[in-house]
Design a protein around this ligand. Sequence first.
Ligand SMILES: C[S@@+](CC[C@H](N)C(=O)[O-])C[C@H]1O[C@@H](n2cnc3c(N)ncnc32)[C@H](O)[C@@H]1O
Length: 541
Amino acid sequence: MSLVTSPSANLPVNDLALEASLRAVLADLVHRCPSLTKAEKRELPSDLPKVRASFLADIRRQIRLGGDPLGEAYARIFSPEERRSTGTTFTPAKIISQMFDLAARLVRDPGLVVDCGAGSGRFTIAALRHYRKAHVLACEINPLLALIIRATARVAGLDSRMKVVLGDFRALKLPRRSTPTLFIGNPPYVRHHDIEPHWKRWYQDELARHHITGSQLAGLHLHFFLKARQLGQPGDAGCFITSAEWLDVNYGKDLRKLLLNGLGGHTVHLFPAAHQLFADALTTSAITTFQVGQTHHGMGFTESNGQPRRLTHWVPTQELQEARAWSSFARPLRQTATEATATLGDYFLIHRGQVTGANHLWIANEATPPLPASCLFPAVTHAKEIIRLGGGPLCDPTNLQRVIDLPADLGALPARDRRVVEAFIAWAETHGGTASYIAQHRRPWWRVKLKAPPSIIMTYMGRRPPVFARNLADARLLNIAHGLYPRTPIDDPTLDALVGWLNEHVLLSSGRAYAGGLIKFEPGEAMRIPIPPLEHFVHVA
Ligand SMILES: C[S@@+](CC[C@H](N)C(=O)[O-])C[C@H]1O[C@@H](n2cnc3c(N)ncnc32)[C@H](O)[C@@H]1O
């Protein structure tokens, strides 16, 4: 039982069982904080009880060790029913760290992180720790929680890069930014019955700007996605965990359309209700990631029982547009799993990407003399370019490096190009271009001879199973990856479904182990990878 029974009791606070104890601790921890709003000051009346110094020291110690004692106290003091009207529930640390991992695939060094509906500041504190240079804006509507965020960040020594905005996220304004912004958080689940009419109008008007007819039935979490779209600039990214009902219900199509139209939907990681992520909310959850303004030609889906899977089942945009519900995309192969009685080699020839003999000469860089565009080919030059796709297709060649591939017969070039290419060859020779074994064994020595763009690309070496991706960018390959070439034409849906299956099922055990746990798939081994007959994928797709 608490030592404090009311704010006027004259005993020092020694636990966080009562609201008055929490307020008293907060008053001490935010003492003389210059940026408190009037609403926050009102949360801290002058007649609060004193707090025992040793107890305060213990709270500080817990915060410095990474705990959230103030948020936990808040969740104990206010029952789930009391928190329902503002959709307040706090996200476990494990999920938060998984979400930052997912966000890292979308944006490397955000200049600003916005914690949307910040609660006790768990995402805010994690962001301040995770990104050492970023500024973090915690937007929270509840002044008592805003105080908890300030107190926690202050004790953790992280408050200099943090700003708390007390107010409605939908009213938030951001200045134009020159670095990417990450929108992250657990937007509140508040049903439409509890949303004021003027915000419903805002939702519909704002969606109309994207040519979407918004529903009056949308919950507050959908408003948050829309607000991220409104605030987002191209290059910004987002990662939200929400209830997953929007994937299938009628009003959810507002968000489904938004993700395909400007919000840049990237992946959906579904957590079935059986795997409860939240102590006080019985719900199916989904983590959704997006890259504002990007066109991905589709989205990746997974279903997970513990943590988001690394690789997703990729679904093309057209299929998503036509579908009435999306959650089934997260479990496409469950009922249709079939025996892997065929092999990749039955359908594909597999070749290693090309060896250049001297990447510093044949991958164009600042030192490369000018060359005609016809000699420069976008190519995958690092395995991480495939791994980063997370199972999705390679669509955009613009970020790839250019590999130089010259014709064997320079006489075939227009006269002007020929002079430029000859100057390049002379330069390459003076920089050791003829020295490598590879150059000495190819004719002529300057011809890298890239292979045709493969349909599917795969990594083949590492401590993890190979990663497969469709090559919609017609990229060429260096020898850091293998290319899969269909023996006879295979249609797009089948290729998509096959890539999803391979990313889900190919095990390290089918490869060859090297020293240090490295597993390698030579092209021959890759062709022996067992797969279900392709008719199976026609059915699944
Ligand atoms: C699901 S909780 C998440 C809290 C915290 N981000 C976490 O994950 O631990 C949602 C939070 O959003 C806040 N909230 C509700 N409506 C809001 C609004 N319109 N604008 C800003 N914050 C809001 C609630 O007070 C609550 O703290």
